[in-house]
Design a protein around this ligand. Structure first.
Ligand code: ISL
Length: 555
């Protein structure tokens, strides 16, 4: 058993902007987190991943960094950061920083310099290509705007931005730039952080010569062709270099965020012998209801397809390590998307989802609010949106002639603002998140769904999550046991075994809002966890009600 703290940990993903506001400006902050460390301890998590807290003009909510060694003004100061790090350490909670080095903000001094002239010594920190006004160097699409290139009048060149215009891509071919980044990361490591979640780390290497793509264009006429900018060879070279330079201690965890990654690619990135990354975030599951053209092409959700994804990753990374998550700050809320957020089934299905993620093999990530079953938000108008991705999608959809109703429905289902509504602490105004005007509307369902209520009720989602986390701590099998699928052909239940030495656990959950039956021949099983009081096993048949979840120890 290759024991590692980050394998045994449950990680809490904390979105500081929406967590807790200590000073009434409507924006969550570091002192706010400090005030809520007790809450994290109560839940029992072992590590916190903080979304970016660096200085930023917030075009993309902190993923556009203008100073890597300072804190976002709204969030506090470096002293606040040190106080938070200290407080987490005192409480045995590890701290994982989000690190964004594929791009910076256009307000970073490197880019300000780089833009000054072709001769500037920071010019090569970014990706500049010749081109005439109105004709971008190629047909690459950006995630957040139609073209991935922005023209600069003064030098008659374009710069590359895979994300927004205010997020110019850094030029990783430049060794000076790479060294500056490693030094900066070492500086954070020396401050005592326990690891990094590396944003879009597999996009660092772009195809030489920036060829246009032959693939199908999107509604704006540009092409999102990952083969030209993701998972290319130099990513491996630079990760090894970064690992050597920055990750000098084995205790420091390296988690790569890797869109477009396949199981085969992941095996290479997360190979424990090579150690480019310890684990990574893959997106097959998040894309389960997306069509070929991306997230806004919504296709029907299929349980068999979801099972296939879970199974492929469990088996494919059996010798590496998986990251397990139903949601994050870029995704809809888990219970609304994969469960059922109706009054009747919200809690039941949230617990069912929790059971699955905590019992699969890998490190579970709880996205802030998931532990109380927070739901998607029914936004009323464009003015309610804060995320540039949705705002851009809406405007491109209108230009392409799609209906308002269609575009709005997509935004309600998939928009990133869903995950970013403020944490619901109690029933006071603004759900107790702020005494001021919240930067993003609070979900009106906070009067029913909030921490204060959930924490004191024994059968709440919160209490159930506590039990899941505690069970992991007390049983090596949950962390290190092998995974093996069960009832793989069944189209409504998800089930698997975990096996460690002579111990075996069986996990069975019903993914639908109807009764299902399965053959159950595990005699003398002991029920360890369930989201229901009534287990019915008769004549070797287990009957499951809507969203039932069971964890058995087989004797
Ligand atoms: O958010 C997405 C879909 O809605 C993803 O495609 C996302 O853009 C991709 O996974 C990269 O995400 C990361 O980098 C982005 C940032 O906006 C995201 O918040 C971050 O998680 C650019 O830094």
């Amino acid at each position: 058993m290759d024991r590692k703290w980050w394998k045994e940990a449950v990680v809490y993903q904390l979105y500081p902007r929406s967590f807790y506001d200590s000073d009434g400006d409507g924006i969550g902050d570091l002192q706010g987190i400090i005030q809520k460390v007790d809450y994290l301890c109560e839940l029992g998590i072992d590590a916190v991943w903080l979304n970016p807290i660096y200085k930023s003009p917030n075009d993309d909510m902190g993923y556009d960094i203008s100073d890597y060694q300072d804190i976002m003004t709204e969030f506090g100061t470096l002293d606040d950061f040190k106080e938070l790090a200290e407080k987490l350490k005192e409480n045995n909670i590890k701290l994982i920083m989000d690190m964004v080095v594929n791009h910076s903000s256009d307000e970073h001094e490197w880019f300000v310099e780089s833009k000054k002239s072709r001769e500037n010594d920071k010019r090569d920190y970014y990706i500049w290509v010749d081109g005439e006004k109105g004709t971008p160097p190629n047909n690459w699409a950006s995630f957040f705007t139609p073209s991935a290139w922005k023209y600069d009048e003064q030098s008659n060149q374009y710069y590359l931005h895979l994300f927004s215009e205010k997020q110019p891509d850094l030029n990783w071919n430049n060794p000076k730039l790479r060294q500056e980044i490693y030094d900066m990361m070492k500086w954070w490591a020396d401050l005592g952080v326990d690891g990094f979640r590396m944003d879009v780390i597999n996009l660092l290497d772009k195809a030489e010569g920036f060829p246009s793509s032959e693939k199908q264009a999107n509604m704006s006429g540009y092409v999102m062709d990952d083969e030209l900018f993701a998972n290319r060879e130099n990513v491996h070279t630079w990760l090894k270099e970064m690992r050597k330079e920055v990750f000098t201690s084995d205790e420091l965890v390296m988690i790569g965020e890797t869109p477009f990654v396949t199981v085969e690619m992941a095996q290479k990135y997360a190979d424990p012998k090579v150690k480019e990354m310890d684990m990574l975030f893959a997106f097959d599951l998040m894309d389960v209801n997306s069509g070929k053209s991306g997230k806004w092409e919504i296709i029907p959700f299929s349980i068999p397809r979801m099972k296939e994804i879970l199974n492929d990753w469990q088996i494919g990374l059996a010798n590496c390590w998986n990251s397990l998550f139903w949601s994050n700050h870029d995704q809809p809320r888990a219970v609304s998307r994969f469960g059922n957020d109706s009054k009747e089934y919200r809690e039941k299905s949230a617990k069912m989802l929790g059971t699955l993620m905590h019992m699969l093999k890998g490190t579970p990530y709880i996205y802030q609010g998931e532990e109380i079953g927070m739901t998607n938000m029914i936004f009323e108008s464009l003015d309610d949106l804060r995320d540039l991705e949705s705002i851009n999608y809406y405007s491109e959809a209108m230009k392409a002639g799609l209906s308002h109703a269609h575009a709005w429905d997509c935004i309600l289902q998939k928009g990133r603002d869903n995950a970013r509504t403020p944490m619901q602490w109690d029933t006071s105004e603004s759900a107790g998140f702020t005494s001021g005007k919240p930067w993003q509307k609070v979900n009106p369902n906070y009067s029913n769904i909030n921490v204060e209520e959930s924490i004191k009720r024994e059968d709440s989602v919160f209490s159930y999550y506590k039990l899941l986390i505690k069970t992991r701590k007390e049983n090596d099998i949950v962390v290190y046991g092998e995974y093996s699928p069960l009832f793989y052909e069944h189209d409504k239940i998800v089930a698997f075994e975990r096996i460690l030495d002579d111990e075996k656990w069986v996990i069975i959950v019903n993914f639908v809002d109807e009764k299902v039956k399965v053959e159950f021949d595990y005699f003398n099983s002991e029920l360890i966890i369930s989201n229901t009081d009534s287990v019915s096993i008769k004549d070797k048949i287990l009957s499951l009600n809507a969203y039932d979840a069971y964890v058995f120890r087989v004797k």
